[in-house]
Ligand binder design. Structure first.
Ligand code: WTA
Length: 656
């Protein structure tokens, strides 16, 4: 199982691709990295000066009890940095957001018009009773109003949480309740593959369990009929007419003021509220965007993610706008109405830097080379990948067919918790030779360490757990309302280690040349089409169905999505396995969590493989699902449980 130093990194990836001269501003990656590690405070202070501060900090870093307080004493406003500082300069008429709807609608907003829109809704929110520190929940489609309301919340100091539109009412209600949102901002719906997804209907279902919500602001996007609750619901346009002030002064916020809380899956049933700060976060995401994508004034930046995930927060909205770029935002499905859509958008707007996920690339690669070849992709300069390990074949297709062997690929490894890129090629500093499938090296300020179970460093070439040794400005502040879990989950995994190590949950290996390779999750977290899902969340949802006694969910490899969840279910007495019940259980999970959690298969079994202490051995189930050897099963309580799984996978009917 453990690859050797001499073989790994050589076996299939020996041919490092040549550095392309055009994109190699030799500003020296290694020296910059060294400086950042030797003198982090000086290094990060210099980076932070690229932002506009209302008051400069007293201390660059206070590091105490696994909490990093960056730029303490400093006062700053994210909305000011993303909007005002451009709208008040010669960038005033520059296009900030180029938006395309799935139905072909198009909109462009200059920095000036963005300023106006942000101020209008910020004023309206104040009129509706939102003050600094009040929380707002967003359940919005990919339309310009989403960044606009995020920036409006940031302007008045109201922490927000955006809930991905692929989550349904149960998941939405859980998040709205946890953050105590006073207002939900949503839309009547969104377009997806030519169909309307009704967001307001989901809000109506969720809100029954959300007593803190006073108002629902509804943006008209699709125009289909929806229910508007008298006294509670208000159309977005009507809310705007409440705006009294033209210019809302951006709040002076402490550097560690909560900008947003983003819920993400972990290894328990409850999603974790990643609590993100202001000054350190903005410093980190702007610096990393420059390093990994060498962005400048002339770029047309397209991060083809959804703002429901961290990638969209950091690299669709906040970092590109803080840097004054022109960004592209697209509402719908990437292969709608045909698989040329993505390439057509690149051609139409002259995209220079394109950032997406391996899942999307695998999907588009399946349709062959003719689609991309029909479009002029010559404006592209740098390509990016995120969300899962990128398969070397996909990397090579991206490099040759899309980048036409001209564009470096920044394979960026990071997490919701890290706020921004951690490991990535850095063509904005110096481009080391790339290796297809490797996220290469840590960015400045990032100090990774691969360790064994005990937190001891493993030698190069040996697979281990990726950890981070020191704080960086983008890191989460804590888990919202759950400090204990923050400490336990991230900082107490390796009590025997020499120093506290930040736990990432990923396997990694460093090859003989020092390159990092990410090898997937080491815990019970799945990556389905790049989306993060907890198996325990899925299992709990299955068990909440009246027919289910016990369940286990594991990931099964999938050619396009990377992996898909499959469920194994033990029924309660009185229930019989049937196709209908399997479909019913799939529907149940979709209804409660959302379409993103759709199980690809539900198998009925007599029992699950467990240890003698009653712990489900997902490792064994996973091996069987993948057709691999189950390894050591001496701790199994009941050996026949392995046969139950094998029979189920072979579609042998249950005999209970
Ligand atoms: C995985 C997404 C390999 C990893 C930004 C991580 C990656 C999880 C890469 C975080 C990459 C992200 N190569 N794996 N370039 N980028 N991952 O929180 O398992 O949605 O822990 O943040 O995605 O997922 P999250």
């Amino acid at each position: 199982m453990q690859p050797q130093a001499s073989t790994y990194g050589e076996q299939s990836f020996s041919k490092a691709l040549p550095v392309n001269e055009r994109f190699t501003p030799l500003r020296n990656l290694k020296d910059t990295w060294k400086k950042s590690i030797e003198n982090p405070e000086e290094f990060w202070a210099q980076q932070a000066k690229q932002l506009d501060w209302i008051k400069e900090w007293d201390h660059v870093l206070e590091w105490d009890n696994n909490h990093a307080r960056w730029f303490n004493g400093g006062l700053i406003n994210v909305s000011y940095n993303c909007v005002d500082r451009h709208a008040k300069t010669s960038r005033k008429n520059k296009v900030a957001i180029i938006w395309e709807g799935e139905d072909g609608d198009r909109r462009g907003l200059t920095y000036h018009s963005l300023y106006r829109e942000v101020n209008k809704i910020a004023s309206a929110l104040k009129e509706l009773g939102i003050e600094k520190g009040n929380t707002v929940a967003l359940y919005m489609p990919m339309v310009p109003e989403l960044p606009i309301v995020m920036l409006a919340c940031a302007r008045i100091g109201a922490p927000f949480t955006q809930v991905y539109s692929g989550f349904s009412s149960g998941a939405l209600a859980e998040r709205v309740q946890h953050i105590d949102a006073k207002i939900i901002i949503t839309s009547d719906g969104l377009w997806r593959r030519g169909k309307i997804i009704d967001l307001k209907g989901t809000v109506d279902k969720a809100i029954v369990d959300c007593p803190t919500v006073e108002k629902v602001i509804v943006l008209k996007r699709t125009g289909h009929p929806i229910h508007m609750e008298e006294g509670r619901d208000i159309w977005y346009d009507d809310a705007l007419s409440l705006a009294k002030e033209k210019n809302i002064t951006p709040e002076s916020l402490p550097s560690d003021h909560i900008l947003y809380v983003l819920y993400t899956s972990g290894t328990t049933a409850k999603p974790k509220g990643i609590q993100v700060g202001t000054g350190g976060y903005l410093t980190y995401i702007t610096s990393t965007l420059k390093w990994a994508f060498d962005v400048d004034e002339n770029d047309v930046w397209w991060c083809a993610a959804d703002i429901g995930w961290v990638t969209g927060h950091s690299y669709i909205v906040f970092a590109p706008l803080a840097l004054g770029l022109s960004l592209v935002m697209y509402e719908g499905a990437p292969e709608y109405p045909d698989p040329g859509r993505v390439w057509r958008i690149i051609e139409d707007y002259g995209v220079t830097k394109f950032y997406t996920s391996p899942t999307l690339l695998r999907l588009l690669m399946k349709y062959g080379d003719d689609y991309p070849k029909n479009y002029d992709l010559s404006t592209l300069k740098i390509l990016g990948s995120v969300g899962e390990p990128i398969n070397p074949e996909v990397w090579k297709w991206y490099y040759t067919v899309i980048g036409q062997e001209r564009c470096p690929i920044s394979d960026t490894w990071w997490q919701t918790e890290t706020g921004g890129f951690m490991l990535s090629p850095a063509p904005g500093l110096e481009l080391a030779p790339m290796k297809p499938g490797s996220a290469t090296f840590p960015l400045p300020g990032v100090d990774p360490l691969i360790v064994d179970e005990d937190g001891k460093p493993v030698p190069q070439g040996v697979k281990g757990y990726l950890t981070i040794r020191r704080p960086w400005p983008g890191m989460l502040l804590t888990l919202f309302k759950d400090e204990e879990r923050y400490q336990n989950y991230y900082w107490r995994k390796y009590p025997k280690a020499e120093q506290p190590l930040f736990y990432t949950g990923d396997y990694a290996i460093q090859d003989v040349d020092g390159y990092y390779w990410l090898l997937g999750r080491s815990d019970d977290v799945l990556k389905v089409a790049g989306h993060r899902l907890g198996t325990i969340e899925l299992e709990d949802t299955l068990v909440s169905h009246q027919s289910v006694a016990e369940s286990s969910v594991v990931g099964k490899s999938d050619e396009i999505k990377g992996e898909v969840p499959v469920g194994f279910v033990v029924l309660k007495n009185g229930y019989n396995p049937s196709k209908q019940l399997a479909e019913e259980l799939k529907r149940h999970v979709r209804n409660i969590i959302g379409p993103i959690a759709a199980l690809s298969n539900v198998y009925f079994v007599q029992g699950l493989p467990k240890t003698r202490s009653g712990k489900i051995m997902r490792r064994v189930i996973k091996a069987l699902v993948e057709g691999e050897s189950v390894g050591d099963t001496t701790t199994l309580e009941d050996k026949s449980s392995v046969d139950y799984i094998i029979n189920a996978l072979n579609n042998k009917p249950l005999n209970i």
